[in-house]
Design a protein around this ligand. Structure first.
Ligand SMILES: Cc1cc2nc3c(=O)[nH]c(=O)nc-3n(C[C@H](O)[C@H](O)[C@H](O)COP(=O)(O)O)c2cc1C
Length: 156
């Protein structure tokens, strides 16, 4: 399975998260500022910060040029100082669905910082949680939805 990680970052938080995930999954890792060309990607992790309550707009612009022939499924990770960012709509979800690219239902928010707020975040433990999220998503993609459903039924 071809797993890739792309990120956009202003203060470097998303880069740290992206590199940790790519290392753990043995995946490629690219900054969207280099406009990476994606081909035959089964699972793409997209990682970016929240600015003025909006997902990094450069990532949204980059994803506008990606189609379902290049990427089958996307999992989104946000870096944000506020955990309420979790409840806010991410414009990327609608954009990807319109392109018929599958989007992982769970979106992960990794705590970041803004001036004195959240100083020192994301820390090691938070990055590790993002890695665990990525491993879960990758594992569920590998075993496939049918086996996953059977497994869920079995656990009930
Ligand atoms: C100008 C500015 C605006 C921000 N706006 C928000 C915001 O609206 N909501 C939020 O949760 N975090 C906000 N943050 C915090 C960033 O989302 C956080 O630092 C994030 O980790 C940045 O990720 P990056 O370094 O990968 O770009 C803001 C940070 C800056 C510098």
């Amino acid at each position: 399975m071809n797993i890739q990680v792309v990120y956009g970052t202003i203060s470097g938080h998303s880069r740290k998260i992206a590199k940790a995930i790519a290392d753990a999954l043995n995946a490629g890792c690219e900054d969207i500022k280099n406009n990476p060309m994606l081909t035959g990607v089964d699972l793409l992790f997209v990682i970016g910060g929240v600015y003025g309550s909006k997902y990094n707009e450069k990532i949204v612009a980059y994803m506008e040029n990606i189609n379902a022939n290049q990427v089958k499924k996307v999992a989104l990770i946000r870096s944000a100082v506020s955990q309420t960012a979790i409840q806010k709509e991410n414009p990327l979800v609608e954009l990807l669905q319109k392109k018929q690219i599958e989007v992982e239902k769970e979106e992960y928010t990794c705590r970041g910082s803004f001036l004195f707020m959240g100083c020192g975040h994301p820390n090691k433990a938070e990055i590790e949680k993002a890695v665990q999220f990525a491993k879960r998503v990758a594992a569920s993609k590998m075993i496939g939805p049918k086996i996953q459903q059977a497994f869920t039924e079995y656990l009930k």
